[in-house]
Design a binder for this molecule. Structure first.
Ligand SMILES: CC/C=C\C/C=C\C/C=C\C/C=C\C/C=C\C/C=C/C(=O)SCCNC(=O)CCNC(=O)[C@H](O)C(C)(C)COP(=O)(O)OP(=O)(O)OC[C@H]1O[C@@H](n2cnc3c(N)ncnc32)[C@H](O)[C@@H]1OP(=O)(O)O
Ligand SMILES: Cc1cc2nc3c(=O)[nH]c(=O)nc-3n(C[C@H](O)[C@H](O)[C@H](O)COP(=O)(O)OP(=O)(O)OC[C@H]3O[C@@H](n4cnc5c(N)ncnc54)[C@H](O)[C@@H]3O)c2cc1C
Length: 572
């Protein structure tokens, strides 16, 4: 993944060739079509972009305006951008790098629209890289981060492609224009499900990078006096610094383990789908959408906490943290904007809740929804027991899902249309879905630390990290757990004091825990996070290389400052 994210130099980028274009061929092309394009893509004999989003639509895929109209007389599709807002906008590599693109377009045949489908379109000449006839291309301009990637725009003016360029593994158009339905219309979205799943690992890696930088730097940096007259301590000795960094470190491990589960689930469910069993698709979509949304949001916030914990040097590009934040922030929007994705998970939860109310036994990641007792059993809980912590998160999620679903039912009973009831409860629905994903991450973390094949001393450290992650979640969201009395004020106090104990428990292993991510300096690209800890010498060397230091007196002095100073002095 790190290699794939490596751009080939400023201004071009083939990240999306690897993580979106090539997987789309793998997942949506027929065997015949794979023979034609897959090896070319894998050998980078062609470079591709995944062109779905348009200037006017990103979230609402069914609202995309690009058209692919079938012409049976020539057995071709005509790809067209009918409006300005239909201009493909954002796809990575589309501006200057790619010579092919999978284009998501509304399929029209025999005068009827069959919705969004993927089409292979050559966009640049393989001889001179000039845009193909009818294709207008360009870069969309500077962005918050990742300016090495040429996110681009594309317009199509009645560009003709052979019928065989429709990716036809699921849906097909016959030579005479007959449309053949896919097993599910959502299979055209399969690449997005796959990519969302990979974002969970991207988030874990990003948070692992940020915590590696911040923890290592917090052992190098000495500041202030903890006791008068004593030497300045490492800033990691301050409990507040531990409270900032260790929950992020624990989350990095939690998300890393969640990405293992996501990858395994994706493999097994898509394996079943290959055999025609579509039953797992809804769960896969809900899990990938929710995990992508949750992990990328927590990661972006967590990276900024790490940046702030490193003081002024954290704000310098020398730390690598601003770039990491910018990249992680992109993950919150790309591949399905986080709010919309979490609402997709909420939609699945409401559906499952209704099924469980109707007596159906739920399975998979929602099984707990039918098993959790509505009546709280208050009492002195053992807040250091992982089973107790997992049960608390599941009870919280089940209560919030039930509450949101019942609110929606209540709105509809008052006569509101389902869509209006949904919208007026969508904040509750989002919070319930977040609680659901949070409970999954906690449960998965606990199950992984209890079963992973490691030395018992390592298991003990991972168990402490899992307790820390869970206790942090409970104290940060205490109101959710207190609301129905499932946890008492005493339980929350116990959780807080146990959390403090866990901070102190993790401290001696903090550097080992970040070293275990095994992120090379070349990947970290951070003076503060250097493995050898020689921060100050390298910070000075880094600064001296700043372009502003190429000359002792910068040309701007002669152009602007000198005349300005002169005129001000003349007035004295
Ligand atoms: C270490 C790294 C550190 C930092 C990072 C460093 C660098 C990174 C920096 C820059 C790079 C950043 C990113 C690069 C990576 C990737 C690039 C990005 C690519 C893209 O963004 S590609 C475009 C992505 N676009 C989207 O995801 C669009 C989102 N919208 C949708 O998916 C759909 O429109 C939506 C919202 C699901 C709605 O679909 P629709 O309207 O058709 O359905 P409904 O809501 O009506 O639901 C109907 C029904 O269908 C079910 N369903 C929906 N989707 C799916 C699905 N995919 N699979 C299965 N089922 C689906 C839904 O559940 C409903 O079912 P029900 O009726 O309830 O039974
Ligand atoms: C770095 C980067 C790389 C990208 N790479 C690609 C790529 O390679 N290929 C590609 O096709 N696209 C790519 N994209 C585009 C990306 O997929 C879209 O930006 C994303 O899907 C969001 O769509 P949008 O930008 O239209 O935002 P909108 O959908 O307009 O969202 C704007 C706001 O409206 C809210 N909103 C929208 N719908 C709803 C709803 N139903 N309920 C509640 N709130 C809603 C959203 O939550 C959001 O806050 C990339 C984007 C970025 C930032």
């Amino acid at each position: 993944m790190a290699a794939a994210l490596q751009t080939l130099g400023g201004g071009i980028g083939i990240t999306l060739h690897w993580i979106a274009f090539t997987p789309t061929i793998e997942q949506q092309a027929t065997e015949e079509q794979k023979k034609k394009w897959l090896k070319l893509a894998q050998d980078v004999a062609i470079v591709g972009a995944y062109a779905q989003t348009e200037m006017g639509h990103g979230t609402f895929v069914r609202g995309l305006e690009t058209t692919a109209t079938y012409d049976p007389s020539t057995q071709e599709f005509v790809i067209n951008s009918p409006t300005l807002t239909s201009t493909k906008w954002w796809p990575g590599g589309l501006g200057k790098t790619a010579n092919h693109a999978t284009v998501m377009a509304q399929l029209y045949t025999r005068g009827k629209c069959y919705g969004p489908h993927n089409f292979m379109v050559q966009i640049r000449s393989l001889e001179n890289h000039q845009p193909c006839p009818g294709v207008t291309l360009g870069d969309i301009g500077p962005k918050m981060e990742s300016n090495g990637n040429d996110n681009g725009f594309a317009r199509f003016d009645h560009v003709r492609i052979p019928r065989e360029n429709m990716l036809m593994k699921f849906a097909r158009v016959e030579a005479d224009g007959t449309y053949v339905q896919p097993p599910s219309s959502k299979l055209a979205y399969s690449n997005m499900v796959y990519l969302r799943g990979t974002f969970v690992m991207s988030a874990a890696q990003a948070l692992a990078s940020a915590t590696t930088i911040a923890v290592r730097y917090s052992c190098v940096r000495r500041q202030s006096e903890m006791k008068p007259g004593e030497p300045e301590p490492q800033i990691l000795e301050y409990q507040t610094q531990q409270y900032k960094l260790f929950p992020q470190l624990a989350a990095a491990y939690a998300f890393w383990f969640a990405s293992w589960f996501m990858t395994q689930q994706h493999g097994s469910i898509t394996g079943s789908m290959e055999k025609g069993d579509m039953s797992g698709l809804a769960e896969l979509h809900a899990l990938s959408a929710g995990l992508k949304s949750y992990t990328t949001a927590v990661t972006a916030r967590g990276i900024d906490v790490c940046r702030m914990a490193c003081g002024g040097h954290g704000y310098s590009h020398a730390s690598g943290l601003p770039a990491l934040f910018g990249g992680a922030a992109a993950l919150c929007t790309a591949e399905g904007e986080n709010t919309v994705m979490m609402l997709q998970t909420a939609r699945y939860l409401v559906k499952c809740f209704a099924q469980s109310q109707a007596g159906k036994r739920l399975t998979g990641t929602v099984a707990y929804l039918s098993a959790v007792q509505p009546s709280p059993v208050a009492g002195n809980r053992n807040m250091s027991d992982l089973g107790t912590l997992v049960a608390a998160f599941q009870h919280r999620a089940a209560r919030m899902v039930r509450h949101a679903a019942m609110q929606m039912q209540g709105e509809m009973q008052k006569g509101k249309a389902r869509e209006d009831a949904w919208n007026s409860c969508s904040v509750l629905l989002i919070k319930a879905a977040e609680a659901h994903v949070h409970s999954f991450v906690v449960r998965n973390f606990a199950e992984t630390v209890q079963t992973v094949e490691v030395d018992e001393s390592v298991r003990a450290v991972l168990t402490s990290l899992c307790q820390l992650y869970s206790l942090y979640g409970i104290t940060e969201h205490a109101g959710d757990f207190l609301k129905d009395g499932y946890l008492t004020g005493r339980d929350i106090d116990a959780a807080s004091s146990h959390l403090s104990a866990m901070l102190a428990r993790v401290r001696p292993d903090a550097v080992a825990l970040v070293d275990a991510f095994d992120l090379h300096d070349k990947i970290l690209r951070s003076v503060l996070g250097r493995y050898d800890g020689r921060v100050y010498e390298h910070l000075y060397e880094w600064a001296k290389k700043s372009p502003l230091n190429k000359s002792e007196v910068h040309e701007s002095y002669y152009k602007y400052l000198q005349p300005f100073l002169k005129s001000n002095r003349a007035k004295l």
